[in-house]
Design a protein. Structure first.
Length: 119
């Protein structure tokens, strides 16, 4: 099993930045794809982006138009989501996720961290 713990959420004003962290434990993560989803109030969960052990990154640019950057520190088993130029529509619960690369669906989810962007 993989345990994921997010941190770094909070309340920020529009235009500011936040960096979310996701600490993973429980397994060697070299075969795991890790990433981020978010869910805004009243909306469906949305894929933000993902990163492999070798740092191949995939983004859902429709969700953030390139304002977000994913990175990964393999030595610390930690994945980051740097969010710049935050907008009120970025308000959501952000979830860290992980799955074996061979799997179709993400089957490990963190508890989520709230990000609220005020206008």
């Amino acid at each position: 099993q993989v345990q994921l713990v997010e941190s770094g959420g909070g309340l920020v004003q529009a235009g500011n930045s936040l960096r979310l962290s996701c600490a993973a434990s429980g397994r060697t993560l070299s075969n795991y794809l890790m990433g981020w989803f978010r869910q805004a109030p009243g909306k469906e969960r949305e894929f933000v982006g993902s990163i492999t052990w070798s740092r191949t990154i995939r983004y859902n640019l429709d969700s953030h138009k390139g304002r977000f950057t994913i990175s990964r520190d393999n030595a610390k088993n930690t994945v980051y989501l740097q969010m710049n130029g935050l907008k009120p529509e970025d308000t959501a619960v952000y979830y860290c996720v992980a799955k074996l690369i061979s799997k179709t669906e993400y089957d490990h989810w963190g508890q989520g961290t709230q990000v609220t962007v005020s206008s």
